[in-house]
Design a protein around this ligand. Structure first.
Ligand code: NAD
Ligand code: TDX
Length: 342
């Protein structure tokens, strides 16, 4: 694999993957296809060698452009998406357009030119799980975490469009022999994450003297993974995964939102109670938890960045030292949340 195309490579997780490939796989050239929406930032690719990484600004739903790029590549790794649940509740259309039509456009081009395709998706396609305390095996019994066999049951317009895109890929594998793999990962954190998302929103609130905002009671559980570990997992699946298979990516990082917020407050030297409870998200998923046994046992992947407190401290340091990356957007992001009392 000498040439790969990474869609959404100027976003949070896609750009991390591009940095990962440049660092660890010097034989590979990367073409990034990214529309540079509000969530994309050229600066996320700053410092990468021009002979290794080329940015093409364009839309994954532009069939002509996509075909031109795909026919000249060995593999496509598809990260581009509208990615924020709260936005999907306000205006679902861009989610349908990018996540479904965009994916369709990519897999059609890959099928036509017989190009290897990896589809990056989310654990949210499986819906949500009960809290551990309400389960007989306390979250460790059979069926008490998501596996590749869990039925799809998405809750939000975002997760429904991601589920739809996954199902398109599965159908293209079965009906057309598309050489595809799918990964469904849990919640990522790390540097370069857009400040609309939970962890960077709270860090940048504190840095802006705004009180952090917790939805509802904060009992909702997310299974946190450092984005560096997501990148190594995707590379492993791209290079060693079995065609047609779905692999779940997770690092056993379950925490409830209140615990995460209290840890951020502690690491930033703030009182434990210095936050506001705000309006809950409509249809808010209760708990996500990934069983990544298949990926670990079949492909030998293991996460490296499993000390959540240390990872959070590094992330806080990054947002503190890189105010120029987020400051200009902060006011508008908060004004948008305020419209919904969030
Ligand atoms: P992000 O919103 O930070 O980045 C998305 C990128 O896609 C941006 O650079 C944006 O400009 C680009 N993009 C959007 N629409 C486009 C279009 N029509 N054409 C070309 N480019 C377009 O998202 P992220 O958090 O980095 O997520 C990346 C992928 O990983 C998504 O597919 C998401 O569903 C998946 N995922 C995210 C998480 C998470 O915790 N953030 C977890 C699991 C899976
Ligand atoms: O201000 C907030 N307060 C709050 O309590 C925000 C923005 C969020 N929350 C809660 C909602 C969730 O329970 O924090 C949790 C995490 O929220 P998000 O960062 O919006 O992530 P989530 O909705 O869990 O989805 C994320 O993980 C799966 C990504 O945004 C998706 O792209 C990915 O598929």
């Amino acid at each position: 694999m000498k040439k790969i195309m990474v869609t959404g490579g100027a976003g949070f997780i896609g750009s991390n993957f591009v940095h990962y490939v440049v660092k660890y796989h010097p034989e590979v050239h990367v073409t990034v296809l990214d529309k540079l929406t509000y969530a994309g930032n050229k600066g996320n690719l700053a410092g990468l060698p021009e002979d290794r990484v080329q940015l093409v600004v364009g839309d994954i739903a532009d069939a002509e452009l996509v075909e031109r790029l795909v026919k000249d590549t060995d593999a496509v790794v598809h990260y581009a998406a509208e990615s924020h649940n709260d936005n999907s509740l306000k205006d679902p259309f861009p989610f349908v357009q990018t996540n479904i039509i965009g994916t369709y456009t990519l897999i059609e081009a890959c099928r036509k030119h017989d190009v290897r395709y990896h589809h990056v998706s989310t654990d949210e396609v499986y819906g949500d799980l009960p809290l551990r305390e309400d389960l007989p095996g306390h979250g460790e019994g059979p069926g008490e975490k998501f596996t590749a066999e869990t039925p799809y049951n998405p809750s939000s317009p975002y997760s429904a469009t991601k589920a739809g895109s996954d199902l398109l890929v599965r159908a293209w594998v079965r009906s057309f022999g598309l050489k595809a793999t799918i990964s469904n990962c849990s919640n990522n954190y790390g540097s370069y994450q857009h400040i609309e998302k939970f962890i960077p929103r709270q860090i940048t609130n504190i840095l802006s003297n705004i009180r952090p905002k917790l939805y509802g009671e904060g009992k909702n559980v997310r299974d946190w993974i450092h984005t560096n570990d997501h990148s190594s997992a995707v590379w492993t699946i791209l290079t060693k995964g079995r065609i047609g298979e779905t692999y779940l990516i997770g690092a056993d990082g379950e925490e409830n939102n209140k615990e995460v917020l209290e840890l951020i407050l502690e690491l930033m030297g703030q009182p434990k109670e210095a936050y506001d409870h705000v309006a809950d998200r409509a249809g808010h998923d209760l708990r996500y938890a990934i069983d990544s046994t298949k990926l670990r046992e079949e492909l030998g992947w293991t996460p490296e960045f499993t000390n959540f407190k240390a990872g959070l401290a590094d992330t806080i340091q990054w947002y503190t030292e890189n105010k120029a990356w987020w400051l200009a957007e902060k006011e508008a992001v908060e004004a948008n949340y305020a419209k919904n009392n969030q």
